[in-house]
Design a protein around this ligand. Structure first.
Ligand code: NI
Length: 135
């Protein structure tokens, strides 16, 4: 019997969507305001979902404290109040779209979790725009 445990978290970060292989005009054309060379910020809302069997000894799938601490050390400490393009190494070569941020978050958390657990990431860039990534 598998159960999904979810934890919400939050971080603020700045980014710019820019493909360095393209001209400024093409970047402007594709990314619009999101390509602003002076950057812009978002209040990201993150939901991390872990699906697995209930441990009969604890009644938990995963201890929420563990999940909370993992999100803090692997995501919030790295991204909160940061310029993603300039301060977070994962995005030096990777465009920090919500899609790519979700995949990066997934890949940072995954090695800390049991292999048999399914990990899903939901990332809201705005209240209306969000992406999901699952393994
Ligand atoms: Ni943006």
């Amino acid at each position: 019997m598998k159960v999904t445990v979810s934890r919400k978290a939050h971080f603020n970060a700045a980014h710019r969507l820019y493909n360095k292989d393209w001209s400024d005009a093409k970047n402007e054309n594709i990314f619009g305001k999101c390509s602003n060379p002076h950057y812009h910020g978002h209040n990201y809302e993150l939901i991390v979902h872990v699906t697995g069997e209930i441990d009969p000894q604890t009644g938990y799938v995963i201890d929420m404290k563990l999940l909370k601490n993992l999100i803090k050390t692997e995501v919030e400490d790295l991204m909160d109040h940061k310029n993603l393009n300039e301060e977070v190494a994962d995005f030096f070569e990777l465009i920090p779209t919500a899609e790519n941020i979700a995949v990066v978050i997934h890949n940072k958390l995954k090695p800390h979790l049991k292999e048999e657990w399914k990990l899903s990431i939901t990332l809201y860039e705005t209240p209306r725009n969000y992406v999901s990534f699952s393994d």
